[in-house]
Design a protein around this ligand. Structure first.
Ligand SMILES: [Zn+2]
Length: 111
């Protein structure tokens, strides 16, 4: 079963993360790390995220690695290289974890 995450649902109107349950926090940490890795290497077709499969929830014992790819402008798809775990992340662009935006922002500060 694919895990579909709309990043916006984790954030308030200012883009900060909401008060989350422990379980949601863990998923959010996992998701935000994928967004960080993807947006930092947006020109690469497939990113190996430095993330273990079992960090997305407690009680998992899969130690596979997560790979992710940007399948559409607003959608990141990720999957585990060992088990069937997979999912998508939408509405990540412009979030605090969008490195791309930060780079553009810093760039425009100097020029
Ligand atoms: Zn796995």
């Amino acid at each position: 079963m694919a895990l579909k995450v709309n990043l916006k649902l984790f954030l308030d109107e200012e883009g900060n993360s909401l008060d989350l349950t422990e379980q949601a926090k863990q998923v959010f940490k996992f998701i935000s790390k994928i967004v960080l890795s993807i947006s930092a290497h947006i020109d690469q077709p497939l990113i190996n995220v430095d993330l273990k499969c079992n960090t997305r929830a407690s009680g998992l014992d899969c130690d596979g690695e997560i790979a992710a790819t940007c399948i559409a402008t607003e959608v990141i798809e990720w999957h585990c290289d060992t088990c069937q775990a997979a999912g998508t992340i939408s509405n990540w662009r412009g979030s605090l974890w969008d490195k791309q935006k930060r780079i553009i922002h810093e760039y425009s500060k100097y020029y």
